[in-house]
Design a protein around this ligand. Sequence first.
Ligand SMILES: Cc1cc2nc3c(=O)[nH]c(=O)nc-3n(C[C@H](O)[C@H](O)[C@H](O)COP(=O)(O)OP(=O)(O)OC[C@H]3O[C@@H](n4cnc5c(N)ncnc54)[C@H](O)[C@@H]3O)c2cc1C
Length: 434
Amino acid sequence: MLALLGGNGALIVAMWIRHGGLSTLGSASADLTAAGELTALLGTYAALVQLLLMSRSPVIEQLAGLDRLAHWHRWLGFSCTVLICGHVVLTTTGYALGDGSSVAAEAWTLLTTYPWMLMAAAGTACLLMVAVTSVRIARRRLRYETWHFVHLYAYLAIALSLGHQLAVGNDLSTDPVARIYWIGLYAVVAGCVLAFRVGHPLRLALRHRLRIAQVVPEADGVVSIYVTGRDLEQLRARAGQFFRWRFLAGDGWWKAHPFSLSAAPNAGFLRLTVKAVGDGSGDLQRLVPGTRVVAEGPYGIFTAERRSRAGVLLIAGGVGITPLRALLEELGGRGSVTLLYRASSWDDVLFRAEIDELVRARRGTVHYLVGRRGTAGLPDDPLSARSLRGLAPDVRERDIFLCGPPGLVSSVCASLRELGVPDAQIHHERFALL
Ligand SMILES: Cc1cc2nc3c(=O)[nH]c(=O)nc-3n(C[C@H](O)[C@H](O)[C@H](O)COP(=O)(O)OP(=O)(O)OC[C@H]3O[C@@H](n4cnc5c(N)ncnc54)[C@H](O)[C@@H]3O)c2cc1C
């Protein structure tokens, strides 16, 4: 996948060089304009790649993993904004030098006389809005829904800029082959977004006709939702994976929340377990049997397929137990299984009876690390490198499956690296998208 994306990037640079590249005459005006064209091409390409990566194609998510995709998406998003802003500054300055006018006067002329320029300016404004609201400090202050809604303007930004690129860009307005290639890139990305964000969930909804069978309270503010439907085995879901779920009650149809399967999937039901942390997950506590469900997935590479060692160490933080509880069901046979379950109180410990039974059947071991830091009998940091070595002395010989809130996942990964566990043996799922 990386080779394909990199190859297309190289092709775009080659196209720019073929159309003149940097001016051989050494004119500052022409050089600035040409550099502006390159940043426009690469910036737009970065935006298209971003949409492709986040199109929710199960193949792309399987290849890269959600964490890595989210990381690339963020990195590409900021690169694309810098490149497009670079295009605006370089091209306007280049044109101003060529016309002997001020940059402000040139900007006004470009805006008011060039075709599709106002649309492109509106697109750039949308892109800037998306970038600003994605800076961590702003992101933390915004509600998820607000941030997500603003993010959807990125589609508008990319669509609005196409007319401008085809009408004005030196590379695309004069070369029919380059034009067809560029429109092709747009078409592939639009096709993937429509197929995987709209077509795929619709197809699953029509084919499997998912409905809630049962809602079972597990703890205060935590429920398990059992979903049934037709031909569930054909979903090809694995323990450890997650779906994006929409429950068609109230305004639930427009909110898709990711939740892992909390039991290994089977022909009879899919089970997810939801902890109320905000409005969306709070509403799910009150769902009733019979409610229609639309699911997208299965997604994720947090599955037993990643195993390379016989021994397995499962580490759960809080509600991060859900995919590990499902994995526990699928593991067994070869090697030993140890589960470390960190929770702040016994009231927060989920599936206790199920876990004990599964561990017993696999002749495994479970350690419940319960209590706030400083609790008597609990080490100050129960998941520090020292504690982990004490609880699983052969940790370096095991595959580690780790799930929980982002802070816990990062600190346990650091502890495992300190113990010399190779990265290839550490598999993790964070319960938050970057
Ligand atoms: C791969 C994955 C698997 C998960 N599995 C489980 C699970 O098995 N059980 C469980 O209780 N929780 C799980 N979560 C967390 C769960 O998705 C969020 O707690 C839930 O979406 C919060 O929604 P809210 O509206 O109640 O909270 P809000 O208060 O709106 O948001 C709280 C935080 O949850 C995240 N969030 C909110 N809405 C979404 C959304 N639509 N998509 C992605 N993230 C969102 C954001 O980081 C946000 O900052 C999982 C998350 C991920 C990424």
